[in-house]
Design a protein around this ligand. Sequence first.
Ligand SMILES: *[C@@H]1O[C@H](CO)[C@@H](O)[C@H](O)[C@H]1NC(C)=O
Ligand SMILES: *[C@@H]1O[C@H](CO)[C@@H](O)[C@H](O)[C@H]1NC(C)=O
Ligand SMILES: *[C@@H]1O[C@H](CO)[C@@H](O)[C@H](O)[C@H]1NC(C)=O
Ligand SMILES: *[C@@H]1O[C@H](CO)[C@@H](O)[C@H](O)[C@H]1NC(C)=O
Ligand SMILES: *[C@@H]1O[C@H](CO)[C@@H](O)[C@H](O)[C@H]1NC(C)=O
Ligand SMILES: *[C@@H]1O[C@H](CO)[C@@H](O)[C@H](O)[C@H]1NC(C)=O
Ligand SMILES: *[C@@H]1O[C@H](CO)[C@@H](O)[C@H](O)[C@H]1NC(C)=O
Ligand SMILES: *[C@@H]1O[C@H](CO)[C@@H](O)[C@H](O)[C@H]1NC(C)=O
Ligand SMILES: *[C@@H]1O[C@H](CO)[C@@H](O)[C@H](O)[C@H]1NC(C)=O
Ligand SMILES: *[C@@H]1O[C@H](CO)[C@@H](O)[C@H](O)[C@H]1NC(C)=O
Ligand SMILES: *[C@@H]1O[C@H](CO)[C@@H](O)[C@H](O)[C@H]1NC(C)=O
Ligand SMILES: *[C@@H]1O[C@H](CO)[C@@H](O)[C@H](O)[C@H]1NC(C)=O
Length: 772
Amino acid sequence: MLSSIFLSYALFLCFSHPFCSARDTITKDNPIKDDGSQGLVSAGGKFELGFFPLHGRGSSGSYRRYVGIWYHNVTPRTVIWVANRDKPLLANHTGVIAISQGTLQVLDITSRKSLWLAEIEVIQSFNRTVKLKDDGNLVLSNALAAVLWQSFENPTDTFIPGMIMVKNLILTSWNDEDDPRTGNFTFEVDEDNQYIIKKSDADYWKSRAPNGNSFSSGEMPAAVAWLLSNFSKSSLSYNETEVLPRSGYNYTRLVIDFTGKLNLLVYTHNWSSTWREPSDYCSVFNRCGDFGICNSTNKPICRCLQGFKPQLPEDWNSGDFSGGCLRESNLCANRNDTFFSLKVKKAPNPDPQTYVVNETECRNICLKKCECLAYAYTTICFIWGVLSNLEESSSGHNLYARIARSDLDQISRAQLDSARQVKNLIDTSEFKEEDGKGIDIPFLDLQSILDATDNFSDANKLGQGGYGPVYKGEFPGGQEIAVKRLSRVSVQGLQEFKNEVVLIAKLQHRNLVRLKGYCMKGEEKILLYEYMSNKSLDFFIFDHTQSVFLNWDMRFNIILGIARGLLYLHQDSRLRIIHRDLKTSNILLDEEMNPKISDFGLARIVGGKETEGNTNTVVGTYGYMSPEYALDGTFSVKSDVFSFGVVLLEIISGKKNTGFYQSKQNFSLLGYAWRLWTENKALDLIDMNLHESCNKNQFLACVNVGLLCVQEDPNDRPAMSTVVTLLDSGTAIPPTPKQPAFVIKRGNSSTASTSSKQEAYPEITNTLEEGR
Ligand SMILES: *[C@@H]1O[C@H](CO)[C@@H](O)[C@H](O)[C@H]1NC(C)=O
Ligand SMILES: *[C@@H]1O[C@H](CO)[C@@H](O)[C@H](O)[C@H]1NC(C)=O
Ligand SMILES: *[C@@H]1O[C@H](CO)[C@@H](O)[C@H](O)[C@H]1NC(C)=O
Ligand SMILES: *[C@@H]1O[C@H](CO)[C@@H](O)[C@H](O)[C@H]1NC(C)=O
Ligand SMILES: *[C@@H]1O[C@H](CO)[C@@H](O)[C@H](O)[C@H]1NC(C)=O
Ligand SMILES: *[C@@H]1O[C@H](CO)[C@@H](O)[C@H](O)[C@H]1NC(C)=O
Ligand SMILES: *[C@@H]1O[C@H](CO)[C@@H](O)[C@H](O)[C@H]1NC(C)=O
Ligand SMILES: *[C@@H]1O[C@H](CO)[C@@H](O)[C@H](O)[C@H]1NC(C)=O
Ligand SMILES: *[C@@H]1O[C@H](CO)[C@@H](O)[C@H](O)[C@H]1NC(C)=O
Ligand SMILES: *[C@@H]1O[C@H](CO)[C@@H](O)[C@H](O)[C@H]1NC(C)=O
Ligand SMILES: *[C@@H]1O[C@H](CO)[C@@H](O)[C@H](O)[C@H]1NC(C)=O
Ligand SMILES: *[C@@H]1O[C@H](CO)[C@@H](O)[C@H](O)[C@H]1NC(C)=O
C-alpha cells in the first residue's frame, strides 16, 4: 500500500499542472515535489512553504534539505517554522510534501521513508486539505473545514503574531545558527503565567509573574506580552500606550535562538533585535546559585553572601557558580543573629507578605522565625525563606539578609562598618528617654552620606540656613534623613565638635528636631536630623495657597510649641542653649503639624562655647535679630526672646517682618503692629485667612506677648517661662509693651532697613541672610 503511494508520487509530475504556481493549498491529489518548483504562497503573498537547503556545521558540512515556512518577500530567507528539523532530506534524495494517510507528511521518495508527519489521530479520509494562511499558519483541515492540526500550535523556535502563548506551547531553539535540529533551550509559560526559558529542562531565565512584586526577576515589556497574548485586551494588564495596534506587528517575530536568548526581531530594511533576554550574565536565572550574588561588572561575576562560602570551591573557582554557597555558621544558634544590607535588582519571590507598621517590626518578625533568611520593608514587610537568583544593583531594593553575629565579626572592616551604619540608623529611631544617659549617637562615614545625598546635589538641597546648607538624604532601608553640612562655618576641632554633638544629642524635647547622627572627616562636619515631611513654617504662613491650611488653633499650638521648645533650651536643659538663629524657616513641622525647632545648639558648635557675651562672628538672620545682637554682637537668652516675638507676630499676621510694606507707610511688621496696638486696632493685624477660626482673646494675648518680646531693651523683654505662662493662661492681662526696636522709618535707600548704625558694621551684612 505504502509503496504504491510512493510510486504514484514518483510518477506524478507537475509540468503543466495549473495549480503548480502560486497556490496556497495542498490536497491529496496535489502534493509539493522537491524539484525546484515553487511551494505554497499564502493568498496575500506574505509567507511561503517549501523545501529549502542548509549547509550546516551540524552534520559535517553536508548539504541537507528541509521543509519550512519563511517570509515570501524577505531576503535573505527567514525561516519561521521547520517540519523535519531532526530528519533532513539528504542531498541525492528526492522528497515530497503531501497528504498521506490522512495527515500532512514529508516523505523521502528515494528511501521510501516518512521524514515527518503532523501528529493527529490518523483516520483515512481523502478530503483533507492543507492551507498556508497569510498570517503564516499552516492548517490541516477536514472536509467540514474543522482544524485538525496547525503549525501555530506546533511551533519550532519562532513565535509570530496570531499565535497565542498557552501552557502547552513550547518553542525549542535550533541547535546551531544553520542547524535546525532540536537545541538545548525552550521557551514556554508556566502555571503562574511566568514566561520561562529553560536550558535542558533547568530554569535559565524567568519573567516576572504578572502579579509579581518588584523583587522578582525579568521585566517582560508590554510589547512582548501583548504579542504573546494574541493581542488580547483582557489578558493585558500592561500600560496600553506602550503597545502598537495588531497591524504594527506584521513583520515581527520572537525567536528563542540557539544560544538561549529570546529575541524580539522587527523587520524594516533588515531584521533588528529590539529586545533580548537574558540580556547579560546576571540576568540568567540563579546565575550564582543559592546564597551567591551576581554583579556583571565584577570579576568573577559571582560572590558568596557575607557569612557563606562556595559549596563546590573547585567548580566555583573555575567559573561554574551553579553550586551556590553554604552558610558558615548555624543561624538561630543562640538567638544572636543580625542582618546586613544588600541592594538587589533581582531576588526570588518572597513568601506571602504581611502589612506592618514600620521597618523595626518587619525586622522583628524575621528575627523571631528561624526560617526567615531575609526581609525587606517598603510599605509592606517581605520575608524570604530562600535566597537564590540574587543580582546586585546600586539602584535596587534594600534587602536585609540574616547572618550570625559571630560570622559578621569576621567580615572585613569595611563591610562591617556599612552594616553597622544600617543597624545604627534603625536603632537610633528607637531612642525614647527624654534626657537619657549614655546616648550613643551614631557616627557615619562620609561616603555613606555622599551616597545618600547624591554627593550633596542641588536636587537634594532642602534649604540654606545660617549655619550651612541642609540636604535630604536617603539611607539604606529607605530612611529619609535631613543632612546639615557645617563644614564651611565651623571653627571647631574634631574632638571639640564630637563633644558638642554628644551634648546636643542629649537635648530631647518634643518641640526640638531630633539629632540622629553625625559625621566628620577633614573639613567636613555634618549633622543628621530626623526628616520632617511637612517642611518649615515659612512655607505655610507666607504663601497664600498654603496659609489656608493653618487655622487659628493650629497656629496657636505652633506658637506654644515653639515657646516650650525655646524654654527647654534656655532653662530646662542642662546646657542652657541660646539658639541665636530662631526664625520661621528653622521651625519644622511634623506630620501632625507640631512645631520642632531646628538648628539649636549650632551656635555652640560654630562659634565656640560662649554662653553669654560678645562674639566676632554674628550668625543670624536679618529681620529676626535683636538690636543688641545685630549691632553690638551681644547675645543672651533675651535675643532669642526677641526673635521669638518676631516669629509670633509673623505667624498671626501672615506677614514677614522684613520686606513688609503696608501701603505708603514705610514700617516694618513690628512698627505696623505697634501702631495698630497704640491705635487700639490690634485685631487688624490678623491674617485674612484667620478671620473665621480666630479666638479673639488668644489673638490679643499673642499680639501683646509678641510686642513685649520685641521691646528695645533686653531687660524689658519677658523670659520664655513668662511667655509660656502668659500664652497658656490666655486670659490673664499681660503687662503693656513699650515701643519695639526698629520702628525707625526707612529712608529713601531701600537697603537701609534696620538702623543707621548698620553702616558701621559692614561685616554683619556679609554674614546676614535674607529671611525666607
Ligand atoms: C547518495 O549519496 C551517497 C553518498 O553521498 C551514496 O552513498 C548513495 O548511494 C547515494 N544514493 C543515491 C540513491 O544515489
Ligand atoms: C469528499 O468530497 C467529495 C466531493 O466533494 C464528497 O462527495 C465526499 O462525500 C467527501 N467525503 C467525505 C468523507 O467527506
Ligand atoms: C488570534 O486572534 C485572532 C483575531 O482575534 C484569531 O482569529 C485567531 O484565531 C487567534 N489565534 C489563536 C491561536 O487563538
Ligand atoms: C547543548 O547541550 C550540550 C550538552 O549539554 C552541549 O554539549 C552543547 O554545547 C550545548 N549547546 C549549546 C548551544 O549551548
Ligand atoms: C503609560 O505609559 C506612558 C508612556 O510610557 C506614560 O506616559 C503613561 O503615564 C503610562 N500610563 C500609566 C497608566 O501608567
Ligand atoms: C499588516 O497586515 C494587514 C493585513 O495584511 C494590513 O492590513 C496592514 O496594513 C499591515 N500593516 C502594516 C503596518 O504593514
Ligand atoms: C539594518 O537597517 C538599519 C536601518 O533600517 C540600519 O541602520 C542598519 O545598519 C542595518 N543593519 C544591517 C546589519 O544591515
Ligand atoms: C558591582 O560591584 C562593584 C564593586 O564591588 C560596585 O561598585 C558596583 O556598584 C556593583 N554593581 C552594581 C550594579 O551594584
Ligand atoms: C552575640 O554576639 C556578640 C558578638 O559575637 C557577642 O558580643 C554577644 O555577647 C552575643 N550575645 C549573646 C546574647 O550571645
Ligand atoms: C514600630 O512599630 C512598633 C509597633 O507599632 C512600635 O512599638 C515602635 O515604636 C515603632 N518603631 C519606630 C521606630 O517607629
Ligand atoms: C559622587 O562623586 C564621585 C566622585 O566624584 C563619583 O564617582 C560618583 O559617581 C558620584 N555619585 C553621584 C551619585 O553623583
Ligand atoms: C502634613 O503631613 C501629613 C503626612 O505627611 C499629611 O497628611 C498632611 O496633609 C500634611 N499637612 C499639610 C498641611 O500639608
